[in-house]
Ligand binder design. Structure first.
Ligand code: GLU
Length: 413
């Protein structure tokens, strides 16, 4: 099942619990528009390569399209559409004034020099510039893009339009109009949600062990914050080269300095090497997929031992695996809630850029905590009331909200 088929299935699984007209559900099953661009990139040796990119506008009933831009060799049109659809649900879950969008370029950035990455980023920003803007579509970082890339995007947009427009992109460096607290927002939001789950299960303050798949922006901060905010022991962590395991716990700061020296978590002293596949099946309390989609499938779901799966990646669990985990009594905290912290602080950044009133980091944390805690409790109530999975409950709540807006606005022309 590709990610877009996963999204369709997830919508279908929520539909029986919704009282909405089927035509609105039908509309949600398609992206409103998808832009495909070809970006000529001059490499440092003078050769020119043409790369493919996309920007998908899924739905804007609740506000402008919002969502990241991904640089990855496996990016496809279908994947970008799926990711934009998940953003529609996610923004409604976090009660943000946004619809869903997403972009991507099919490229391996690790093969590019910094200069090539800058030219590619500016080429993409130019190619999609007429498709976006502060009140139209607001991109942000995703897999293998970062604040520096956002700074190039904004600068390109502002040069094209000849005016300052800081809120046309979010996830910018703090020095260039970004918000305090955006860097770790996805993982921090995930920890606030996890704290609420642990409270419901009477597990708060208990000795808990977790494994994290991914040591990028999201996985790295998840490691750091799980320890500092919730006292959870991280016993395994991985990146695309493989994973490391130590049942006594792994120190975040030492691992980060090892990765910055060697380029990978692999070979971290005092740990045993494991594969990404083995990491998923470890005997831990909490499993945190924080990399790519489709990593928990009907093949490995029967072997998962964690009692909670916190989806910091987008779409890590296939619908077949979702059912298997649920039958085993494993609580899956769905991506559209678990990783909504990133886009929530993006929204705070957008507000700050538009008003010129910049907030303290404490205030950002407090507002983020408030928003996600409210979302969690509303979803939990729907889940308990209907005896459904948390993902279904999140979709029920989000889709009702989106369709309520669509109904008022009407289908026109
Ligand atoms: N790429 C992130 C996500 O998947 C953040 C999106 C945003 O900040 O707009 O939620």
């Amino acid at each position: 099942m590709n990610p877009y088929e996963m999204f369709l299935k997830q919508v279908d699984e929520a539909t029986p619990y919704l009282s909405v007209e089927p035509e609105y559900i039908e509309i949600l099953k398609f992206p409103k528009e998808v832009l495909e661009v070809s970006i000529p990139l001059r490499l440092d040796d003078g050769e020119v390569k043409v790369l493919k990119g996309w920007r998908s506008h899924h739905n804007n009933a609740l506000g402008p399209y919002k969502g990241g831009v991904r640089y990855h060799p496996n990016v496809t049109r279908e994947e970008v559409i799926a990711l934009s659809s998940w953003m529609t649900i996610k923004c409604a879950t976090a009660q943000l004034p946004y619809g869903g969008g997403k972009g991507g370029i099919s490229v391996n950035v690790r093969d590019l020099s910094p200069g090539e990455t800058e030219r590619l980023s500016r080429g993409y920003a130019l190619a999609i510039s007429r498709f976006m803007g502060t009140d139209i579509d607001i991109p942000a970082p995703d897999v293998y893009t970062n604040p520096q890339v956002m700074a190039w995007f904004v600068d390109t947009y502002e040069k094209i339009h000849g005016r300052s427009e800081p809120s046309c992109y979010t996830g910018k460096p703090v020095e260039a109009g970004g918000s305090l607290g955006r860097g770790d927002a996805t993982s921090r939001g995930g920890m606030y949600v996890l704290r609420e789950v642990l409270k419901q299960k009477g597990l708060i303050g208990k000795e808990l062990k977790a494994a994290v798949q991914g040591f990028g922006n999201v996985g790295g901060f998840a490691h750091k914050l799980a320890v500092s905010e919730l006292g959870i022991k991280i016993v395994a962590i991985s990146d695309s080269h493989g994973g490391v395991y130590n049942p006594n716990g792994i120190d975040y700061y030492e691992l980060r300095s090892h990765k910055s020296k060697t380029g990978s978590v692999a070979g971290f002293p005092g740990t045993e090497m494991i594969t990404n596949e083995e990491l998923m099946e470890l005997d831990v309390d909490i499993l945190i997929p924080a990399a790519l989609e489709g990593v928990i499938t009907d093949k490995n779901a029967p072997n998962i031992k964690a009692s909670i799966v916190l989806e910091l990646a987008n779409g890590p669990t296939t619908p077949e695996a979702d059912l298997i985990l649920s039958e085993k009594g494993i609580e899956v905290v769905p991506d559209v809630l678990a990783n909504a912290g990133g886009v929530t602080v993006s929204c705070f950044e957008w507000i700050q850029g538009r008003t010129g009133d910049y907030w303290t980091e404490e205030y950002v944390h407090q507002k983020l905590d408030e928003k996600l805690t409210i979302a969690f409790h509303e979803i939990w109530k729907i889940k308990e009331g209907n005896r459904i999975r948390m993902r279904q409950a999140a979709y029920v709540r989000a889709i009702s909200r989106i369709i309520a807006a669509m109904r008022f606005k009407g289908i026109w022309p």
